[in-house]
Design a protein around this ligand. Structure first.
Ligand SMILES: NC(=O)c1ccc[n+]([C@@H]2O[C@H](COP(=O)([O-])OP(=O)(O)OC[C@H]3O[C@@H](n4cnc5c(N)ncnc54)[C@H](OP(=O)(O)O)[C@@H]3O)[C@@H](O)[C@H]2O)c1
Length: 240
């Protein structure tokens, strides 16, 4: 079933990068879109670039009361996309810090599952949930230990949830490297070289733009017979 003006799509982490692109792609279908993230300022900035069929509210997924209040004010909705993610951690096993690793898993996996739990009472049973994994889960790589491990866990979580929650459909998107503010932690001078190197690791010769990934989320929402599915949006980097 395609998204229509009657569809309601909620994007947790929808104020930047991939989530904002999901919001843009969903809003372009005419669907009613709700974005949420921690900062009131980010919500306002996102709404300034989204069309009028978008609204937004602050939500901090590390606070259960905040997630519950976010969903309570929305009423029933059809599709949930979870794209929240905080600072990136890259490093080798020799640099492994269990507490840092726990923090890195927290928003990307543990809070994603909590968000799903708290969203369910508000969801249309004919709707869908889409989680964010990462293509690193499929090929691993030195320095990608935590990112690849979380991605693998999210892929598996989506499959288990698909089995448990049917007829609600649950899928995951695994992006390769996407040009988003997530990489703003890299020194500004190092970023062009990083994206250039990453582009060489794809079959298509470029890194993903957020829109490439946003469209994949919306395709999963719109396709009624896809559940337990993984959509890899990596420009073919897994095959290099
Ligand atoms: N970019 C890539 O190359 C890439 C590749 C593979 C996978 N991914 C994964 O995709 C996800 C999204 O990444 P992105 O590149 O779109 O990053 P981004 O541009 O930094 O966006 C992250 C979003 O998460 C929100 N957020 C962070 N902590 C939150 C919290 N506690 N509660 C609610 N919202 C929170 C942020 O808004 P506030 O700061 O306002 O809260 C922001 O809207 C991440 O899990 C990332 O690991 C990204």
């Amino acid at each position: 079933m395609s998204l229509t003006a009657a569809s309601r799509v909620v994007i947790v982490g929808g104020t930047s990068g991939i989530g904002l692109a999901v919001a843009q792609a969903a809003a372009a279908t005419g669907a009613q879109v709700v974005v949420g993230s921690r900062s009131e300022k980010s919500v306002k900035q996102a709404l300034a670039v989204l069309p009028e069929n978008a609204t937004g509210h602050p939500v901090d997924v590390t606070d259960q009361a905040s997630i519950a209040a976010f969903f309570d004010q929305l009423g029933t909705f059809d599709h949930l996309a979870y794209t929240a993610g905080d600072d990136l951690v890259r490093g080798l096993i020799s640099e492994y810090d269990p507490e840092q690793a726990h923090r890195f898993f927290d928003v990307r996996l543990f809070r994603a599952l909590d968000t799903v739990r708290l969203a369910l009472p508000h969801m249309n049973p004919a709707g869908s949930i889409t989680l964010t994994a990462g293509a690193a889960a499929l090929h691993g790589g030195a320095g990608k230990l935590l990112g690849s491990t979380i991605g693998g866990a999210v892929i598996t979580a989506a499959r288990s949830l698909a089995a448990e929650l049917a007829p609600i459909r649950v899928n995951a998107v695994a992006p390769g490297i996407v040009r988003t503010p997530l990489w703003s932690g890299l020194p500004e001078q190092a970023r062009p070289e990083f994206f250039e190197m990453a582009a060489k690791g794809t079959l298509l010769g470029r890194v993903a733009e957020p829109e490439d990934v946003g469209q994949a989320f919306v395709a999963l929402m719109a396709q009624d017979y896809l559940t337990g599915n993984l959509t890899v949006v990596d420009g073919g980097s897994v095959l290099r």
